[in-house]
Design a protein around this ligand. Structure first.
Ligand code: PGA
Length: 252
Protein backbone atom coordinates (compact mmCIF):
# COMPACT_ATOMS: atom_id res chain seq x y z
CA UNK A 1 0.00 0.00 0.00
CA UNK A 2 1.46 3.40 -0.91
CA UNK A 3 1.46 6.47 1.33
CA UNK A 4 -1.41 8.12 -0.49
CA UNK A 5 -3.47 5.14 0.60
CA UNK A 6 -2.66 5.08 4.29
CA UNK A 7 -5.35 2.96 5.98
CA UNK A 8 -8.32 5.05 7.06
CA UNK A 9 -10.85 3.96 9.66
CA UNK A 10 -13.88 6.23 9.93
CA UNK A 11 -16.64 5.97 12.52
CA UNK A 12 -20.10 7.08 11.43
CA UNK A 13 -21.99 7.65 14.68
CA UNK A 14 -25.26 8.11 12.76
CA UNK A 15 -27.96 9.64 15.00
CA UNK A 16 -26.36 8.50 18.25
CA UNK A 17 -24.30 10.14 20.98
CA UNK A 18 -25.24 13.73 20.30
CA UNK A 19 -24.46 15.00 23.80
CA UNK A 20 -22.08 14.35 26.66
CA UNK A 21 -21.81 10.65 25.75
CA UNK A 22 -20.39 11.67 22.40
CA UNK A 23 -17.75 13.88 23.97
CA UNK A 24 -16.81 11.02 26.32
CA UNK A 25 -16.51 8.60 23.40
CA UNK A 26 -14.27 11.03 21.52
CA UNK A 27 -12.11 11.39 24.62
CA UNK A 28 -11.82 7.61 24.99
CA UNK A 29 -10.53 7.33 21.41
CA UNK A 30 -7.58 9.66 21.99
CA UNK A 31 -5.61 6.91 23.75
CA UNK A 32 -6.45 4.43 20.99
CA UNK A 33 -5.17 6.84 18.34
CA UNK A 34 -1.72 6.72 19.95
CA UNK A 35 -1.67 2.92 19.52
CA UNK A 36 -2.32 3.10 15.77
CA UNK A 37 0.20 5.61 14.38
CA UNK A 38 -0.09 4.31 10.81
CA UNK A 39 -3.86 4.53 10.64
CA UNK A 40 -5.85 7.68 9.87
CA UNK A 41 -8.78 7.86 12.28
CA UNK A 42 -11.88 9.91 11.53
CA UNK A 43 -15.05 10.18 13.62
CA UNK A 44 -18.37 11.54 12.38
CA UNK A 45 -20.49 12.62 15.36
CA UNK A 46 -23.90 14.32 15.01
CA UNK A 47 -23.89 18.09 14.37
CA UNK A 48 -24.69 18.90 18.01
CA UNK A 49 -21.32 17.65 19.26
CA UNK A 50 -18.98 18.35 16.36
CA UNK A 51 -17.30 21.34 17.97
CA UNK A 52 -17.12 19.70 21.41
CA UNK A 53 -15.62 16.51 19.94
CA UNK A 54 -13.13 18.55 17.88
CA UNK A 55 -12.06 20.26 21.10
CA UNK A 56 -11.83 16.93 22.93
CA UNK A 57 -9.50 15.33 20.35
CA UNK A 58 -7.33 18.41 19.80
CA UNK A 59 -3.65 17.51 19.67
CA UNK A 60 -4.43 13.87 18.71
CA UNK A 61 -4.38 12.38 15.23
CA UNK A 62 -8.19 11.99 15.19
CA UNK A 63 -9.99 14.06 12.58
CA UNK A 64 -13.62 15.12 12.69
CA UNK A 65 -16.20 14.55 9.95
CA UNK A 66 -19.78 15.66 9.62
CA UNK A 67 -22.39 13.23 8.31
CA UNK A 68 -24.03 15.62 5.86
CA UNK A 69 -24.43 19.32 5.03
CA UNK A 70 -26.36 21.63 2.75
CA UNK A 71 -24.39 22.78 -0.31
CA UNK A 72 -24.85 26.55 0.07
CA UNK A 73 -22.48 28.71 2.08
CA UNK A 74 -25.16 30.57 4.05
CA UNK A 75 -28.64 31.95 3.68
CA UNK A 76 -32.28 31.48 4.55
CA UNK A 77 -32.17 27.69 4.77
CA UNK A 78 -33.69 27.06 8.18
CA UNK A 79 -32.45 23.92 9.84
CA UNK A 80 -29.50 23.40 7.51
CA UNK A 81 -25.75 23.51 8.13
CA UNK A 82 -23.16 24.60 5.55
CA UNK A 83 -19.68 23.34 4.72
CA UNK A 84 -17.96 26.54 5.97
CA UNK A 85 -19.87 26.13 9.26
CA UNK A 86 -18.55 22.59 9.55
CA UNK A 87 -15.03 23.88 9.00
CA UNK A 88 -15.57 26.49 11.71
CA UNK A 89 -16.72 23.70 14.03
CA UNK A 90 -13.44 21.83 13.57
CA UNK A 91 -14.40 19.40 10.79
CA UNK A 92 -11.91 18.51 8.10
CA UNK A 93 -14.01 15.74 6.54
CA UNK A 94 -17.63 15.16 5.59
CA UNK A 95 -19.55 12.02 4.64
CA UNK A 96 -21.54 12.52 1.43
CA UNK A 97 -24.29 10.39 -0.06
CA UNK A 98 -24.63 7.82 2.73
CA UNK A 99 -27.29 5.32 1.69
CA UNK A 100 -29.55 6.50 4.52
CA UNK A 101 -29.43 9.99 3.02
CA UNK A 102 -30.27 8.55 -0.38
CA UNK A 103 -33.00 6.28 1.01
CA UNK A 104 -34.77 8.56 3.52
CA UNK A 105 -33.85 12.12 2.57
CA UNK A 106 -34.18 12.14 -1.18
CA UNK A 107 -30.52 12.40 -2.11
CA UNK A 108 -29.74 11.48 -5.68
CA UNK A 109 -26.58 11.10 -7.75
CA UNK A 110 -27.05 14.78 -8.69
CA UNK A 111 -27.35 16.10 -5.11
CA UNK A 112 -24.41 13.93 -4.08
CA UNK A 113 -22.30 15.52 -6.84
CA UNK A 114 -23.37 19.01 -5.71
CA UNK A 115 -22.22 18.20 -2.19
CA UNK A 116 -18.91 16.75 -3.33
CA UNK A 117 -18.25 19.97 -5.23
CA UNK A 118 -19.28 22.23 -2.33
CA UNK A 119 -17.28 20.21 0.20
CA UNK A 120 -14.10 20.42 -1.86
CA UNK A 121 -14.68 24.14 -2.51
CA UNK A 122 -14.93 24.72 1.24
CA UNK A 123 -11.76 22.73 1.93
CA UNK A 124 -13.44 19.65 3.39
CA UNK A 125 -12.44 16.15 2.32
CA UNK A 126 -15.53 14.21 1.24
CA UNK A 127 -16.00 10.51 1.96
CA UNK A 128 -18.43 9.71 -0.81
CA UNK A 129 -20.63 6.65 -0.31
CA UNK A 130 -21.87 4.31 -3.02
CA UNK A 131 -23.49 0.89 -2.93
CA UNK A 132 -26.23 -1.30 -4.33
CA UNK A 133 -29.48 -2.44 -2.73
CA UNK A 134 -30.27 -6.10 -2.19
CA UNK A 135 -32.64 -6.13 -5.18
CA UNK A 136 -29.92 -4.63 -7.37
CA UNK A 137 -27.38 -7.22 -6.21
CA UNK A 138 -29.80 -10.08 -6.73
CA UNK A 139 -30.56 -8.94 -10.26
CA UNK A 140 -26.86 -8.80 -11.12
CA UNK A 141 -26.66 -5.00 -11.32
CA UNK A 142 -24.11 -4.36 -8.57
CA UNK A 143 -21.22 -3.21 -10.75
CA UNK A 144 -23.47 -1.18 -13.06
CA UNK A 145 -25.11 0.65 -10.14
CA UNK A 146 -21.83 1.44 -8.43
CA UNK A 147 -20.30 2.53 -11.74
CA UNK A 148 -23.24 4.90 -12.31
CA UNK A 149 -23.00 6.34 -8.79
CA UNK A 150 -19.24 6.92 -9.10
CA UNK A 151 -19.65 8.45 -12.58
CA UNK A 152 -21.84 11.18 -11.06
CA UNK A 153 -18.91 12.71 -9.13
CA UNK A 154 -15.78 11.25 -10.75
CA UNK A 155 -14.98 14.51 -12.58
CA UNK A 156 -14.83 16.36 -9.27
CA UNK A 157 -12.38 14.08 -7.49
CA UNK A 158 -8.97 15.27 -6.45
CA UNK A 159 -6.04 12.90 -6.18
CA UNK A 160 -6.62 12.19 -2.51
CA UNK A 161 -10.28 11.34 -2.66
CA UNK A 162 -12.06 8.81 -0.47
CA UNK A 163 -14.93 6.63 -1.67
CA UNK A 164 -16.81 4.26 0.64
CA UNK A 165 -18.38 1.18 -0.88
CA UNK A 166 -21.32 0.31 1.35
CA UNK A 167 -23.71 -2.31 0.04
CA UNK A 168 -27.07 -1.08 1.33
CA UNK A 169 -28.11 -4.61 2.35
CA UNK A 170 -25.09 -4.82 4.67
CA UNK A 171 -25.63 -1.59 6.63
CA UNK A 172 -26.84 -2.24 10.16
CA UNK A 173 -28.05 -5.71 9.22
CA UNK A 174 -25.18 -7.82 10.53
CA UNK A 175 -24.68 -9.08 6.96
CA UNK A 176 -21.31 -8.17 5.50
CA UNK A 177 -20.07 -8.54 2.00
CA UNK A 178 -17.49 -11.31 2.15
CA UNK A 179 -13.93 -10.24 1.38
CA UNK A 180 -14.27 -11.58 -2.19
CA UNK A 181 -17.51 -9.69 -2.82
CA UNK A 182 -16.01 -6.49 -1.41
CA UNK A 183 -12.76 -6.89 -3.34
CA UNK A 184 -14.60 -7.40 -6.63
CA UNK A 185 -16.44 -4.08 -6.30
CA UNK A 186 -13.42 -2.20 -4.93
CA UNK A 187 -11.27 -3.38 -7.83
CA UNK A 188 -13.97 -2.33 -10.29
CA UNK A 189 -14.18 1.17 -8.75
CA UNK A 190 -10.39 1.52 -8.86
CA UNK A 191 -10.31 0.45 -12.51
CA UNK A 192 -13.06 3.00 -13.28
CA UNK A 193 -11.03 5.75 -11.58
CA UNK A 194 -7.86 4.87 -13.46
CA UNK A 195 -9.70 4.72 -16.74
CA UNK A 196 -11.12 8.17 -16.08
CA UNK A 197 -7.82 9.79 -15.17
CA UNK A 198 -4.47 8.05 -15.06
CA UNK A 199 -3.25 7.60 -11.48
CA UNK A 200 -6.58 8.52 -9.87
CA UNK A 201 -7.18 4.91 -8.83
CA UNK A 202 -3.71 4.60 -7.33
CA UNK A 203 -4.23 7.51 -4.95
CA UNK A 204 -7.94 7.21 -4.10
CA UNK A 205 -8.77 5.37 -0.89
CA UNK A 206 -11.73 3.03 -1.16
CA UNK A 207 -13.24 2.11 2.21
CA UNK A 208 -15.59 -0.79 2.83
CA UNK A 209 -18.65 -0.20 5.01
CA UNK A 210 -21.58 -2.32 6.15
CA UNK A 211 -21.54 -4.30 9.41
CA UNK A 212 -17.78 -4.03 9.88
CA UNK A 213 -17.04 -5.44 13.34
CA UNK A 214 -13.96 -6.32 15.36
CA UNK A 215 -14.15 -9.94 14.21
CA UNK A 216 -14.52 -9.42 10.45
CA UNK A 217 -12.39 -6.30 10.01
CA UNK A 218 -9.03 -8.02 9.49
CA UNK A 219 -10.28 -10.21 6.63
CA UNK A 220 -11.88 -7.26 4.84
CA UNK A 221 -8.92 -4.93 5.40
CA UNK A 222 -6.54 -7.57 4.07
CA UNK A 223 -8.09 -7.28 0.57
CA UNK A 224 -5.65 -5.48 -1.72
CA UNK A 225 -8.20 -2.89 -2.83
CA UNK A 226 -9.77 -2.24 0.58
CA UNK A 227 -8.01 0.79 2.08
CA UNK A 228 -10.01 1.12 5.25
CA UNK A 229 -13.49 0.96 6.71
CA UNK A 230 -16.51 3.15 7.33
CA UNK A 231 -17.90 1.76 10.58
CA UNK A 232 -21.38 2.48 11.92
CA UNK A 233 -22.66 0.50 14.91
CA UNK A 234 -19.25 -0.75 15.98
CA UNK A 235 -17.89 2.80 16.13
CA UNK A 236 -20.16 3.64 19.06
CA UNK A 237 -17.96 1.79 21.51
CA UNK A 238 -14.32 2.76 22.03
CA UNK A 239 -13.22 -0.85 22.52
CA UNK A 240 -14.77 -2.26 19.36
CA UNK A 241 -13.75 0.75 17.26
CA UNK A 242 -10.28 0.43 18.79
CA UNK A 243 -10.12 -3.25 17.83
CA UNK A 244 -10.94 -2.38 14.20
CA UNK A 245 -8.30 0.37 14.22
CA UNK A 246 -5.74 -2.08 15.64
CA UNK A 247 -6.58 -4.60 12.90
CA UNK A 248 -5.79 -1.87 10.36
CA UNK A 249 -2.56 -0.99 12.17
CA UNK A 250 -1.44 -4.64 12.06
CA UNK A 251 -1.92 -4.73 8.29
CA UNK A 252 -0.45 -1.26 7.64
P1 PGA B 1 -22.95 -0.37 10.14
O1 PGA B 1 -23.14 1.08 9.45
O2 PGA B 1 -21.46 -0.54 10.38
O3 PGA B 1 -23.71 -0.26 11.42
O4 PGA B 1 -23.49 -1.38 9.21
C1 PGA B 1 -22.30 1.52 8.42
C2 PGA B 1 -22.58 2.98 8.15
O5 PGA B 1 -23.56 3.54 8.65
O6 PGA B 1 -21.81 3.62 7.42
Amino acid sequence: MNNARNPLIAGNWQMYKGGLQGVELAGALVGIAREVPNVDLVIAPPFTVLAACAHEVEGSSIAIAAQNFYPKNEGAFTGEVSAPMLKDSGCTWVIVGHSERRQYFGETDATVAERVQAAIAAGLEPIVCVGETLAERESGQTLAVVNRQVSAFINLLTHHAVIAYEPVWAIGTGKTAGPNEAEEVHAAIRAQLDKHRSGLGTTTRILYGGSVKADNAAALLACPNVDGALVGGASLDANTFGAIARAAQTLA
